[in-house]
Design a protein around this ligand. Structure first.
Ligand SMILES: C=C(O[C@@H]1C=C(C(=O)O)C=C[C@H]1O)C(=O)O
Length: 364
């Protein structure tokens, strides 16, 4: 076939794809009407992360041809995002400002039809969702190089919100400046404290002379470089591609993170509790008495029931009675019989047990 014929073929296929997407959107709107009709005057829950995870896993399972399965799943992610927006425009609070990795994580999880609501602190993200001003929130929880974001875990302790999803993001850092600069002339480097820590060795080796200053986010650092730099100073920022694009900065060096597999895990928080999908995780917070064997008693039921713990984090207790506070992630959904039995075992071992949520394992 020649070029014109091939392009005619593409036009024909595009027409079919478009009509099918439009048909899909109509069906999603009907789903929205059924959800409303079935709601018995309760707040209607349009977003269903469990169903979305199943749709995406199905796409990946049946992928064929040369398109990588995750790439085609991302296309479906966007289609679903547009369909959900027809049912209800979804407002998503995230740790801002615009240009942070958390914004990129929110987009990866909800697609681009979500309405972003940047917040100044992690606590503000919780507040915004608790108050109902945003439907869902996205907050960072752990980084593969730097460990847990303890502030996020602490926010859960006094919050009624549940975890309804997780997002994994590879994190690549750039050194960014407001134009062409001489690296030896750099006086200050700004970024979020976690990003500075993730690039510590690179900074020691390449710009040891620059003062490191932690600011509220790497997007704020990028903004400072673009807008606040005094004459006679050479400031740079560390941040992701989104921050560079948002403030029109140039890359001095790319991928400066010390660990090439640097990644961050984010949590989606909200008031809903997704149903089981067959590949889920559960997160809990427990407090234990300060007595010999307490931690052993917590771990034993996992071994007995052959349930995989994926994270165990200890937090300083806030109340005297809470001698130890632990944050745990494990495989399975609280409605799975084995997990329900495990939770019963744990309740006997712990002073308090708070279920933060069961949610589908990240697909993309
Ligand atoms: C259409 C639905 O509503 C939303 C949109 C979805 C989709 O486009 O496939 C899936 C789940 C929901 O977030 C549904 O619940 O099935």
């Amino acid at each position: 076939m020649n070029l014109d014929q091939l392009r005619q073929g593409i036009d024909d296929v595009d027409l079919q794809i478009q009509r099918l997407i439009e048909r899909r959107a109509e069906l999603a709107q009907q789903v929205g009407r059924v959800k409303k009709a079935d709601s018995n005057d309760q707040p209607v829950v349009f977003y269903r992360p469990d169903r979305e995870a199943l749709v995406l896993r199905e796409v990946i399972d049946r992928a064929q041809g040369d398109l990588p399965p995750k790439r085609i799943a991302r296309i479906f992610r966007e289609i679903m995002s547009a369909c959900l927006a027809l049912e209800e425009p979804t407002r998503i609070a995230f740790l801002g400002p615009e240009g942070t990795f958390t914004e990129a994580a929110a987009q990866k999880h909800f697609g681009s039809a979500g309405r972003p609501a940047p917040q100044t602190t992690i606590r503000d993200v919780f507040r915004e969702v608790e108050a109902g001003s945003a439907h869902y929130g996205v907050v960072p929880v752990e980084n593969s190089t730097e460990g847990v974001v303890s502030h996020t875990l602490d926010c859960f302790i006094n919050s009624p919100l549940k975890i309804c999803g997780e997002v994994e993001m590879p994190i690549h850092h750039n050194l960014m400046a407001a134009g062409a600069i001489d690296v030896r002339a750099i006086t200050q480097v700004f970024s979020h404290q976690q990003s500075l820590a993730q690039c510590r060795q690179w900074l020691d080796a390449n710009i040891p002379q620059a003062t490191r200053t932690a600011v509220t986010s790497n997007a704020e650092a990028a903004r400072m470089i673009a807008e606040d730099m005094p004459a006679g100073e050479v400031w740079v920022a560390i941040g992701g591609d989104m921050a560079a694009a948002r403030y029109d900065l140039e890359f001095v060096a790319r991928r400066i993170e010390d660990e090439p597999d640097n990644s961050t895990r984010f949590l989606v928080i909200g008031s809903i509790e997704p149903g089981p999908t067959g590949d889920d995780k559960t997160s809990i917070i427990v407090s234990l008495e300060n007595q010999p064997g307490a931690l052993y008693g917590l771990l034993e039921p996992f071994k007995d029931r052959n349930i995989d713990m994926t994270r165990l984090e200890s937090r300083p207790a806030r109340m005297a009675t809470w001698a130890y506070v632990f944050y745990l992630d494990f495989n399975g959904h609280q409605q799975d019989p084995e997990v329900a039995a495990l939770l019963d075992d744990l309740r006997e071992q712990c002073l308090e047990l708070q279920i933060l949520g069961s949610y589908p394992r990240a697909v993309l």
